[in-house]
Design a protein around this ligand. Sequence first.
Ligand SMILES: [Zn+2]
Length: 183
Amino acid sequence: MLDWLRILWHLARGRRTLWQYYTNVTWRTCERCLAWHGRIGASPRAFPNPNDGCERKLLAFPVWELPTYREKARLMRRRVEEELERRRLFQEAKQMLAKAPEQALELFDRAAAVDVYIPELEQLAREHGESLAGAPELSARLREIFLRRWSEKFAKARYERLPERMRLAREKWGENRIKELFP
Ligand SMILES: [Zn+2]
């Protein structure tokens, strides 16, 4: 449907305001909430309120800005798909680490290119701590991958909004943590 037709359709129903659903896309946002990220509705009642610890915001916007918000929704949807793919790659990499480390390293690198979350690395180090202690070269290569991708993460647009000093402190904190986890 053309955008102006959509707008007319809402206006004809007396709607001046529409709502868009936002959640914070991170490693622990549940799939149910991710599925709502970016969705547009005619009333706040059109959305679930799971109260499950995931962030939930409904953003009101004027009906005539629908094209802009539909474009936002498309980008938000893409971000969700990237995150789901990242999780899949990360899990697969973990399963392969003992048997096929080369492939596992490649998958970790692809997952980390999307994003790096320290709690997941902590879990990885916990689960594979013993075998990594016996394989210092593998541990070093994991460290190299995660450090490189971690630093890239802070160069990305969504981190540019953080004040410079906070951004640097967070980046440094993560760097140290990665070095501790993968010595
Ligand atoms: Zn949720």
